[in-house]
Design a protein around this ligand. Structure first.
Ligand code: BDR
Ligand code: CA
Length: 319
């Protein structure tokens, strides 16, 4: 059965890869893109989501969401990773389409209530929209099909501090709210996303096989892959956001641990995701009476890479 998904996103180069992967996957029906600050300001992430929406073979509306975190100051935008435009400084022409007038948080609440047990929420940026939606409508926790988030790190290091991953530190208060809500949540974090690397040879092959979508992806990834080479000395970009979509398409690509997750909201450890294995009792408080969530901790990296390249190379027909 096709899954109805809402993608909450801050495009973002790897967001673009993830969104095109979702568009090209018959298992998924993207009913909307909701935007948030993160890799760029929210106005820019909305403009980029509108550009991306034109690459779907069916209409995908875009809803603008939150421009600032729930409590902390807005972090600096990482233009050295995603470019000032979020697409690797490629100067891609703006879309003629407009965002919907409804706010992203209201759209999420309305859709989850109208389709009980049917909507999967996929979060590819800071968790502010989801945190606000829970704050305004706690009942949605019992109504979603599942929540799949790219964010966090359990057994591996962070990518913006020794312990924090970028999306989680972007709004740690929202992240703690989202992780501890009583809804079925899957965390697709750096433990798995940092294992899968997409190279320039891969993006060139995608662009050759599928020029309509591949040109934007190839040009955006050029800058992003250079960042990974120069900063980390590795020959490709990490497949962060697309891994959430891979999970939705085929969860057997991942191995899962179960247990409560908390997020440190201040101090040196701000943005750290702290996982407690299910059933383990500790003399120090914080994890008791919190729901068990699912954490991806191992990945079949070759199969994820093959899935990504195959789907991005073979878009559905536009007829
Ligand atoms: C996450 O942060 C952003 O830079 C990427 O788009 C991804 O969602 C990786 O830490
Ligand atoms: Ca992202």
């Amino acid at each position: 059965m096709t899954k109805k998904i809402i993608i909450d996103t801050d495009p973002g180069v790897d967001d673009a890869l993830a969104i095109m992967l979702a568009f090209n996957s018959p298992e998924l029906n993207v009913i909307g893109l909701t935007t948030v600050f993160g890799n760029v300001a929210v106005e820019r992430s909305t403009a980029n989501a509108l550009i991306l929406s034109e690459f779907a073979s069916y209409p995908v509306p875009v809803y603008q969401g939150q421009g600032t975190p729930m409590q902390r100051d807005t972090p600096n935008y990482p233009d050295f990773v995603h470019g000032a435009d979020g697409f690797g400084n490629i100067d891609w022409p703006a879309s003629d389409k407009q965002a919907e007038s409804q706010n992203a948080v209201d759209f999420i609440i309305q859709q989850v209530r109208a389709n009980p047990g049917q909507i999967s929420l996929v979060a590819l940026g800071p968790l502010t929209n989801l945190g606000k939606a829970l704050e305004q409508a706690p009942d949605i926790a019992g109504l979603v099909e599942e929540v799949v988030i790219m964010g966090g790190a359990v057994h591996t290091s962070g990518n913006v501090s020794p312990v924090a991953e970028a999306n989680i530190i972007g709004d740690p208060h929202a992240a703690d709210k989202v992780m501890t809500a009583r809804w079925p949540l899957v965390m697709v974090g750096l433990d798995v996303t940092s294992q899968v690397l997409l190279s320039k040879e891969h993006t060139a092959a995608i662009a050759e096989a599928n020029p309509r979508q591949g040109e934007l992806l190839y040009r955006a990834c050029d800058f992003y892959i250079d960042y990974y080479r120069d900063e980390l000395g590795i020959p490709g970009c990490m497949v962060h956001d697309p891994s959430t979509i891979a999970y939705l398409i085929d969860s057997s690509l991942f191995e899962i641990l179960s247990g409560p997750i908390r997020v440190a909201t201040d101090g040196l450890a701000m943005g750290q995701t702290i996982f407690a294995p299910a059933g383990r009792r500790y003399p120090y408080p914080g994890w008791e009476n919190k729901p068990n969530q699912q954490v991806c901790f191992k990945v079949d990296k070759q199969r994820v890479l093959d899935l990504l390249i195959d789907r991005l190379s073979h878009p559905p027909s536009l007829d």
